[in-house]
Design a protein around this ligand. Structure first.
Ligand SMILES: Nc1ncnc2c1ncn2[C@@H]1O[C@H](COP(=O)(O)OP(=O)(O)O)[C@@H](O)[C@H]1O
Ligand SMILES: [Mg+2]
Length: 289
């Protein structure tokens, strides 16, 4: 049985498209015939809301918090599409708030163990295994750490505003490197540029992206082991446009992603291309140094 590839979608800056990328990428991989599990690591449960209908006052059980804090969880993996091999480990804010009120937040449990236990659990739940596990991390250092510790590869989405790129610069060149220094299997797979108009990346954004690349190169020269785990070039070739269809999946009653894929067209093609690029980058991993 092959073990699945764990991909964390992370950035410290909120609103850059982590959940959006997690949902579309997971669906695109499943659409291409892969066996995929999504893990919602955000207490706000946006990714869960993309796939499961729920009343705001009702707890979705079992959820990731039952598991991380409690242990035994039957039915943790929910099938979310009748045609594809696509499952979800849901999050739930009501459940999370109990642990939060007791100050049992991510930094208080052993991050190196947290999702690693889930790896074992997922492996046990299916004969033949899964191909990809996509982890949607919230913009929080504690969770970003759990995501990085659990992941084989990290994808960082950003939009092209100054404030997001500043956050992306800080995240990729400090926290992420520090966590990767501990989590030896973690690789930086690249930055996805999200929400651009007509493939146009503004000059100010280019400056930030060049700065990120230069800083990572400089860092790698002093830490060759880590440099070998950063993909070159750092930017994904696939650029995700600003699009109503892409944006409206979150918190919508109706599931937009399967509809868009069944119709085909531009948005479906972009995410198929992104999924192919993810697979290409993993199988032909080319290090920064
Ligand atoms: N490519 C896009 N086109 C249009 N809207 C987008 C796009 N990507 C993200 N959004 C919107 O931006 C907001 C933040 O995205 P989200 O994925 O929730 O970010 P994060 O998970 O990083 O906080 C959401 O309202 C989402 O619908
Ligand atoms: Mg999110």
């Amino acid at each position: 049985m092959r073990s699945p590839i764990y991909i964390a979608i992370a950035n410290l800056k909120g609103g850059t498209g982590k959940t959006t990328m997690a949902a579309w990428l997971a669906y695109a991989l499943a659409y291409m015939g892969k066996r995929v599990v999504m893990i919602d690591l955000d207490p706000q449960a946006h990714l869960t809301n993309v796939w499961l209908k729920s009343e705001p006052s009702k707890t979705i059980e079992p959820n990731i918090w039952n598991y991380l804090y409690g242990g035994e969880c039957k039915g943790l993996l929910r099938k979310v599409d009748k045609n594809l091999d696509l499952k979800l480990i849901p999050s739930d804010i009501i459940e999370y708030s109990k642990y939060w009120a007791e100050s049992r937040t991510p930094d208080t449990f052993d991050s190196s163990q947290g999702l690693r236990n889930i790896r074992k659990e997922i492996a046990l739940r299916r004969k033949g295994g899964y191909d990809y596990i996509i982890i949607d991390c919230p913009p929080d250092p504690g969770y970003a750490k759990i995501g990085v510790y659990a992941a084989d590869y990290i994808i960082i989405p950003t939009d092209v505003t100054d404030i997001s790129l500043r956050g992306t610069y800080l995240f990729t060149t400090s926290l992420l490197l520090a966590a990767m220094g501990r989590a030896k299997q973690a690789h930086m797979l690249g930055i996805i540029i999200n929400r651009v108009f007509k493939r146009f990346i503004p000059k100010s954004a280019r400056r930030w992206l060049d700065m990120i690349e230069a800083k990572l190169k400089e860092y790698s020269l002093n830490n060759i082991e880590l440099g070998k785990r950063i993909y070159d070039p750092i930017l994904f070739n696939t650029i995700v446009p600003q699009s109503k269809d892409i944006g409206k999946i979150v918190l919508k009653r109706e599931r937009i992603i399967p509809k868009v894929f069944s119709k085909g067209g531009r948005v479906a093609n972009i995410f198929k291309q992104l999924a192919e690029e993810v697979e290409w980058r993993i199988t032909h991993f080319k290090p920064l140094i």
